[in-house]
Design a protein around this ligand. Structure first.
Ligand code: GDP
Ligand code: IMO
Ligand code: MG
Length: 435
């Protein structure tokens, strides 16, 4: 069966872009199934050029691959237009290679305004109350989708009905912005109609019935990579709610976000960083607020690819990855950024938690925030390896013994084997036996 899902197994930024770009070499399609321009997927090409993609699937740099933005994605016209222009300027062909679902919902200017106003208001009450969103309008756009008020790409075709829907939405949103959020930034119906219809004619060549397209490809035995954005611990249902994103990065999201059946999926690859990071607020059991955390951030360049915010850093948490493995049926792990740990004397892996109130050993992750506030991570400690010990390494077998011990412990604790080990941001800095 032809579909492989590639998803983030922690709190995002695991290196999904790098892994998808690499795997796309052996795929016919790469299809994004959820999220929007909150994502920042970095790809470093063999010539050293680096690109950050927000909406366009990470297969775009493999010339034979067709890229799909599924119905589950929320599309910001401004971001999409910029991204297409950026790729074309770099000599990457996008026409006839990018296909966008006619059912995908659009991010409207008022979604971004509300996202920012909502965060500002929450932050004013108490800085820990704000989610720390990317401000890209993601939550408010999905809110409208589920409240059946959303504007989809297909809706741009009918000007009178678009104007009517927008008028209703904008009346409500302006009221919310001015009365509840005390905002001076309001939206104008005619301006938005004109802007979005101009966008419609630009993207018209890309828009199609992508569910039909993908299901036809599945019947023909084509190989499809379903690319997740964000990650399982940011999932609206299974993440650390309310400190989550507003979609389902978990495996089920690939079916609903692309219109492909569960029976077409035969592989789920979980991308796991060799340590942990998180951007924005919310629980993070293995966070390091000391110089080791600082070191991970500086060596790993842990700054958001979308917002530039410093990422919170800590040791790898096997408890939370066991949980996301279970939820998603992950049958292979792509471990990234192992090289970032090179040169450290000691490396730690969180194997379980201990309840602070009574010392009870906890093996299972929970998204009950009150319970998470009362645990402490228990670590197994590993000896490190030298700063340059990965130079010239082309197989897992050739890695230093201490690194191999750490990898075996990760496999044992998570219960899933490592199919890919990434030792650098470049496409070819990858150990992938059998690929
Ligand atoms: P994504 O959102 O999951 O695609 O990840 P991001 O692109 O936001 O962040 C991952 C960062 O790590 C990017 O800067 C990548 O270029 C980089 N990266 C990916 N894999 C590796 C790796 O194995 N080693 C190192 N040093 N950097 C990596
Ligand atoms: P990629 O695909 C890391 C986080 C935000 C915030 C929460 C909600 O690059 O891994 P949102 O704007 O989605 O409403 O914000 O989710 N977040 C991410 N963190 N990587 C991402 O994407 C993220 N997309 C959203 O920081 O905590
Ligand atoms: Mg990212």
């Amino acid at each position: 069966m032809p579909v492989t899902i590639v998803l983030g197994s922690q709190w995002g930024d695991e290196g999904k872009g790098k892994i998808v770009d690499r795997l796309a070499a052996k795929s016919d399609y790469v299809a994004r199934y959820q999220g929007g321009a909150n994502a920042g997927h970095t790809i470093k090409l063999p010539d050293g050029k680096e690109f950050v993609l927000h909406l366009i699937p990470s297969g775009i740099f493999q010339p034979e691959v067709l890229c799909v933005i599924g119905n589950g994605v929320v599309i910001d016209p401004v971001a999409l237009r910029e991204e297409i222009a950026m790729l074309e300027a770099a000599g990457v062909t996008v026409k006839n290679r990018l296909f966008i679902s006619y059912n995908a919902h659009l991010i409207m200017p008022y979604h971004k305004l509300i996202d920012k106003a909502m965060e500002a208001k929450l932050g004013k009450i108490d800085s820990s109350k704000a989610v720390g969103t990317t401000g890209r309008g993601i939550g408010p756009a999905y809110e409208d989708k589920f409240a059946r008020k959303g504007i989809r790409i297909v809706d741009l075709l009918d000007r009178p009905s678009l104007t009517e829907k927008l008028r209703q939405n904008i009346t409500e949103k302006n009221e919310l912005l001015s009365s509840f959020y005390d905002s001076k930034d309001l939206c104008d119906v005619e301006k938005i109609v004109a802007e979005y219809q101009a966008f419609d004619s630009e993207i018209d060549p890309y828009v199609t019935d992508t569910a039909l397209m993908l299901n036809t490809a599945i019947k023909q035995g084509k190989r499809i990579l379903a690319e997740g954005a964000q990650a399982a611990l940011l999932d609206i249902d299974f993440g650390t709610y309310p400190y989550v994103t507003s979609s389902n990065p978990t495996a089920g999201g690939a079916c609903t976000g692309l219109g492909i059946p569960p029976t077409s999926i035969d592989n789920v690859i979980g991308v796991v960083k060799a340590y942990s990071t998180r951007v924005g607020n919310g629980p993070f059991p293995t966070e390091l607020l000391d110089e080791t955390g600082e070191l991970l951030r500086s060596v790993g360049h842990e700054f958001g690819a979308t917002t530039g915010r410093p990422r919170r850093c800590g040791w790898l948490d096997a408890v939370s990855v066991r949980y996301t493995s279970m939820l998603n049926g992950i049958n292979s792990i792509a471990l990234t950024k192992l090289d970032v740990l090179s040169g450290m004397d000691e490396i730690k892996l969180c194997t379980h938690y201990e309840r602070t109130t009574d010392g009870k050993r906890l093996e299972h992750f929970t998204t009950d925030l009150r319970a998470l506030a009362n645990i402490r991570p228990i670590y197994e400690s590993f000896a490190g390896w030298g700063k340059n010990d990965f130079d010239g390494i082309t197989s897992r077998q050739a890695l230093p013994e201490t690194a191999k011990k750490y990898l075996l412990a990760i496999e044992k604790e998570i219960g899933v084997s490592l199919g890919i080990i990434s030792l650098g941001p470049g496409r070819n800095e990858t150990l992938a036996d059998g690929l």
